[in-house]
Ligand binder design. Structure first.
Ligand code: ZN
Length: 336
């Protein structure tokens, strides 16, 4: 991808959070966990939910490190500030700790897989303080697998912790949910995301305009991982400063002004004109889905202006782009 060749590590991996302090935009969860650790009231099971890329499995690993960290001097107890250098922290970061089992329920959904876990919980941890089971996409487990898991969740041995992650919390049985401490990982707010991306770009020695960062942030819809991957592509595309038009082309987005023209044609009922314009945008590389999303956002923005005019301020840097829309990728979804 870049001149650094083989040593090149994708940004999403390179800047994957290693500590709670690195986890941006999840302040409520971090505060709750810190209090629980400080009061020595650490739950037996956690469940993280949120859209993809908000850091569920990353958080699971950080909790696992915090639970098993022994500190640089080998004498530390459970902490919300894992040292990152002890044998446990290092092995967990690299995904190769014998007492931290990671399983993807999407590929192992059967009762047999869960039975394997259940049989192993009674053995003590091989080297760490806790034996930790991280089950990703836990909602994919079969009913019989959930039932088998439930018995263990009711009375887990004290040396065992479960950390579940799911994108679809509604599919997780209440009986399981009620035995877990639940954390809802939020979509990262646009301002927080832009600040994060801008920090990464600076560290990478890459120049990128704020408008380009705003476009990436909007496309990532609150997912730090997606945003970082897009930033990666954007800065490897451009020589010198990466600009908004470059990012727009990369994302298959039509020019903002042209989408407004198209919106105008649709509202006027000029079907033939609108179809010709859409065809032209498609020919210029715009992704039809992105165009539709843009149209939906404009509709949403105009609704906001009509209902709450005070929110309709525009930003001087991009007068066609309303602040209310740019700053609320999640709010826009209600219009879709
Ligand atoms: Zn450590």
């Amino acid at each position: 991808m870049t001149e650094t060749g083989q040593n090149y590590q994708v940004l999403a991996r390179k800047y994957r959070p290693e500590t709670f302090a690195d986890l941006v935009g999840q302040d409520a969860m971090v505060r709750t966990l810190k209090n629980a650790f400080a009061a020595d009231r650490i739950a037996q099971a956690f469940i993280m939910t949120g859209i993809r890329g908000t850091g569920k499995t990353t958080t699971a690993r950080i909790i696992a490190k915090g639970l098993n960290c022994i500190g640089a001097d080998g004498k530390g107890g459970p902490t919300t500030e894992p040292c990152g250098v002890c044998e446990h922290c290092v092995a967990i970061s690299e995904g190769r700790h014998v007492d931290v089992m990671e399983m993807d329920a999407a590929s192992r959904t059967g009762v047999g897989d869960i039975r394997e876990i259940i049989e192993s919980v009674h053995y003590r941890a091989a080297s760490a303080r806790y034996k930790i089971y991280i089950i990703d996409e836990v909602h994919m487990l079969s009913t019989s697998a959930f039932n088998a898991l439930l018995k263990t969740l009711e009375e887990p041995p004290p040396h065992v912790k479960f950390i579940f992650a799911t994108t679809e919390i509604r599919k997780v049985p209440v009986t399981v949910l009620s035995r877990c401490q639940r954390f809802d990982l939020r979509r990262i707010e646009p301002e927080v995301m832009i600040a994060l991306l801008s920090k990464i770009a600076t560290r990478e020695g890459a120049e990128i305009t704020e408008e380009a960062l705003a476009l990436i942030t909007r496309a990532a819809e609150g997912s730090a991982r997606d945003a970082t991957s897009l930033l990666d592509q954007a800065i490897s595309h451009g020589a010198g400063e990466t600009t908004a038009p470059q990012v727009r082309a990369m994302l298959g987005l039509a020019d903002r002004g042209r989408v407004l023209d198209l919106f105008d044609m649709v509202l006027r009922g000029a079907a033939a004109e609108a179809l010709t314009e859409l065809q032209a945008q498609y020919a210029d590389g715009a992704d039809p889905l992105a165009v539709l999303r843009d149209l939906a956002e404009i509709t949403h923005w105009i609704s906001i202006i009509k209902i709450t005019p005070r929110r309709s301020r525009t930003r001087p840097s991009d007068p066609t782009r309303p602040v209310a829309v740019r700053n609320s990728p999640s709010a826009c979804r209600c219009a879709l």
